[in-house]
Design a protein around this ligand. Structure first.
Ligand code: PMV
Length: 347
């Protein structure tokens, strides 16, 4: 019996304007629009293969070589939507095989630590949806597929596009207009780079879903953030991206990271995602920008202590000169730069 198979990779995206808060938990509809940068494929990514055959007896999912339960509602919602889209195709074209009725075997692998605030669920659900969409030969309208990925994990909808991506929160109660769109492809701003400082690869202790719920229900700052601050920032940040205005983009990114973590701290009981090392990195970035009297680097932190630094390639040496002094004893540098080259940074 024939087996159909398709594979894809999806990169991680890191928000520069954070999604934090759901107006509809079942459909993953956000309380604000958000913006992110999708990292390059060769950096952090999920590789997913999906197979289907009339002979398969049950749906299965393997994550990093371990079988995982497919029982959770979010995954089931994604699979259901994809099967419905395939069924619609089969009804139009009777010569198609009934893939929508067959069971699926899915295998997924991350090349980075899972659930450590490195947006693994974003890459994971994006790869799952695109792999099955390929398997089912669904029309590749990424914004339409982003609505399916969104149900798996909100931020996943943004990983369907490369470069700078906006997730428009939408207004409809059924989520039909809550989708991702590309703001600018990466090749239009190729100097933009990201460095990830992995402060800890431990699993985070407050999941984003429960953290968001607590913030929405208990933080006083939250209302100001979603009603006033983020809508204004959403337009300003899109403008800064289109104009490739790094200092403006960087300031908005840092302000938004601060604002998001402030609402976490303002939740009751408070949620702490940053730790002492994260705070040192914030001070270091401030210090670097002050030293050069120019904003050459921005920090941002998701629901965990790890930092993502954005900078333009022309400033890599200026930035790494500082980072090397502080971090040269830590693993991870040698993969891209040799010792000699690193020493040259700090001279
Ligand atoms: O998509 P989730 O449920 O993993 O939430 C992501 C939340 C943040 O990473 C903190 C912000 C964002 O916009 O990605």
């Amino acid at each position: 019996m024939s087996v159909h198979i398709a594979s894809t990779t999806a990169p991680v995206n890191i928000a520069t304007l954070k999604y934090w808060g759901k107006r509809d938990t079942a459909l993953n509809l956000p309380t604000n629009s958000s913006i992110s940068v999708t990292l390059a494929q060769e950096d952090l990514r999920t590789l997913t293969s999906a197979a289907t055959s009339a002979s398969f007896e049950r749906d299965t999912l393997w994550l990093n070589g371990k079988e995982e339960s497919l029982d959770n509602k979010r995954t089931q919602d994604c699979l259901q939507d994809l099967r419905d889209l395939r069924r619609a195709l089969e009804e139009q074209d009777k010569s198609l095989e009934p893939l929508s009725q067959w069971k699926l075997h899915i295998a997924s692998e991350n090349n980075f630590p899972t659930a450590a605030g490195l947006a693994s669920s974003a890459a994971g659900f994006a790869a799952l949806v695109v792999a099955i969409a390929k398997l089912y030969q669904l029309p590749q309208d990424m914004s339409a597929l982003s609505k399916v990925a969104r149900k798996g994990s909100g931020s996943a909808c943004r990983s369907l596009f490369g470069g700078f991506v906006a997730w428009e929160m939408g207004e409809q109660a059924d989520g039909s207009d809550s989708q991702a769109v590309q703001v600018l492809p990466l090749d239009k701003w190729p100097e933009m780079k990201a460095a990830i400082l992995v402060v800890s690869d431990a699993k985070k202790d407050t999941s984003s879903t429960s953290g968001m719920q607590r913030t929405v229900h208990t933080s006083d700052l939250f209302k100001e953030r979603v009603d006033t601050v983020v809508p204004r920032r959403f337009n300003e940040m899109k403008e800064a991206i289109v104009q490739r205005d790094f200092p403006r983009f960087a300031e908005l990114t840092m302000r938004d990271s601060n604002s998001f973590h402030a609402t976490c701290l303002d939740s009751y009981p408070p949620i702490f995602y940053l730790n002492d090392t994260s705070r040192k990195i914030i001070r270091l970035v401030d210090g670097i920008n002050a030293f050069y009297n120019e904003t050459i680097v921005a920090y941002t932190f998701d629901a965990g202590p790890n930092a993502v630094l954005y900078y333009e390639e022309k400033n890599e040496q200026k930035l790494f000169a500082f980072l090397y002094h502080l971090l040269s004893g830590v693993d991870g540098w040698k993969s891209k730069y040799g010792d000699e080259q690193l020493k040259a940074f700090s001279d």
